[in-house]
Ligand binder design. Structure first.
Ligand code: UD1
Ligand code: CA
Length: 454
């Protein structure tokens, strides 16, 4: 077989996923934060296929856009009549060369797995290869029936005799086949079985009968791991998180309890950072070196530079936090927020669309929205930027450098505070304050002696 053969992959993703008992199409169920089919398509995209075809059906309106935006072509299976019917729906008659067929519900498959399978198929010069795995508990997998080592057939668990069920070698649902063989064998597959489905697995016996070279390629357990139930979905997620933690620990990240640490595969963490239990890092988040994430920190698509400390229970979304800043405990950092170096955000502080200057502080119980805070400015406890007005529009508060904002201040936006200004506690600031000025805007204290009579 030449390496120059055209390579096509067909991903089967039209099934209902009845055993998931959920209205979401099975292949879109999330495994460690990504739809499970995403792992399949990502691995395959790295493997230089000329053509990626996805068979869609149940939930097509949701599955198709996700696949097409990644360059795959989708083919509709009108009725879910079985895996062989699914392959027929992918218009195999206009495929040439080598065809990899793979189920969309095996989220632990990696690029390396696929590369090894293709390599072995090519070196064996086979017509058809079934990727198999030996399992202690073969469960509901199709069983590989051999005669003197030679593969003869795959028998679905539902159709198997007690003796066949004892076979430990199972079908992983991955096949490599020469296109010509696929063309000739597909029409031979019928549906006389327990489920009245057209089984792709019958491709094996039909090919053997017509004298073709059929081989088994043994793969590691991860390849066989298919998700058919909510329980298996959770197991897949746990395995992904475990693997991610192991990779990070190998690269010098300190993880106190990997069993309760949840880091999606897309996240990067620098060496020397410490991750406490209950931390969840999502999406495109990046954490630098020597940062500390205390228990139950939740990070979404955020970038933390080196030496950042995030204290327990903080929720951070689409924000950037520069070196040596401290945040929390119990801070909420909302999208489009930049916290500069050495800044300090304390407990029960919420920031949204804020640039928070270098060395500035907001230690307690504060809401800053649509604001710019200059360097070394101190924001007193209970400060609020009143950014949302009765006209339903958002207005901006700009506060200069080295400003001292007394506690319990409200800024009625739009408003600008100059550098080095001082705002008296309890002020409601409605007008701009110039540089170096003192502004006090609160009711005067009033004393009435002997007000209560004994
Ligand atoms: C299938 C294999 C079984 C193997 C197992 C590995 C068959 C008959 N059986 O069983 O030997 O051990 O995978 O996980 O192939 N699909 C369609 N259209 C359909 C039916 C299914 O697109 O009409 C898709 C599903 O979305 C899924 C994949 O094919 O991604 C496998 O279908 P599923 O019903 O999960 O097959 P299994 O019973 O797991
Ligand atoms: Ca399956």
């Amino acid at each position: 077989m030449e390496n120059s053969l055209r390579k096509t992959v067909i991903i089967l993703a039209a099934g209902q996923g009845t055993r998931m008992k959920s209205p979401l199409p099975k292949v879109l169920h999330p495994v460690a934060g990504q739809p499970m089919i995403q792992y399949t398509i990502s691995a395959l995209k790295e493997c230089q296929f000329d053509d990626i075809r996805v068979v869609v059906g149940v939930g097509e309106n949701l599955v198709r856009p996700l696949m097409e935006q990644q360059g795959a072509r989708c083919f509709r299976q009108l009725q879910q009549l079985g895996t062989a019917d699914a392959v027929r729906s992918a218009q195999p008659e206009n495929i040439e060369g080598l065809v990899l067929i793979i189920n969309g519900d095996h989220p632990l498959i990696t690029k390396e797995h696929v590369e090894n399978i293709i390599k072995e198929f090519e070196s064996e010069q086979a017509d058809l290869a079934v990727v198999t795995c030996v399992l202690k508990k073969p469960g509901q997998f199709g069983r590989i029936v051999r005669h003197y080592d030679q593969i003869k057939a795959i028998v679905e668990a539902k159709d198997a005799s007690m003796d066949t069920l004892k076979i430990n070698e199972v079908n992983t649902g991955i096949y490599v086949v020469q296109a010509e063989l696929l063309h000739s064998v597909l029409p031979l597959i019928g549906n006389s079985n327990k489920q009245n489905e057209f089984y792709l697995t019958d491709m094996v016996s039909k090919s053997v009968e017509s004298g073709k070279k059929v081989i088994g390629i043994k793969a590691p357990k991860d390849v066989a791991f298919g998700v058919n139930s909510q329980k298996e979905l959770a197991q897949a997620t746990q395995l992904k998180f475990k693997k991610k933690c192991e990779q990070l620990m190998e690269n010098g990240v300190i993880i106190i309890d990997p069993r309760s640490t949840y880091i999606e595969s897309s996240v990067r963490v620098g060496s020397g950072s410490v991750i406490y239990p209950g931390v969840y890092l999502k999406g495109l988040s990046v954490v630098g070196s020597f940062s500390v994430l205390e228990p139950n920190v939740f990070l979404i698509d955020s970038v933390l530079h080196d030496g950042v400390q995030v204290r327990a229970g903080s929720y951070i979304e689409k924000a950037v936090i520069k070196s040596k800043a401290t945040v929390g405990p119990y801070a909420r950092i909302r999208p489009n927020t930049l916290i500069e170096e050495d800044a300090h955000i304390g407990n029960f502080v919420e920031l949204k669309n804020v640039t928070f200057g270098r060395g500035a502080k907001a230690g307690h119980l504060t809401y800053l929205g649509d604001a710019e805070i200059g360097e070394n400015t101190n924001i007193g406890c209970g400060t609020i930027t009143c950014n949302y007005a009765v006209d339903h529009k958002k207005y901006k508060t700009t506060i200069g450098k080295n400003v001292f904002v007394g506690s319990d201040t409200q800024f009625i936006a739009p408003v600008n505070i100059g550098d080095d200004a001082v705002i008296g506690s309890g002020s409601t600031i409605t007008k701009d304050v110039p540089d170096k000025a003192l502004a006090v805007a609160r009711g005067k204290q009033f004393i009435k002696e002997n007000y209560t009579k004994k």
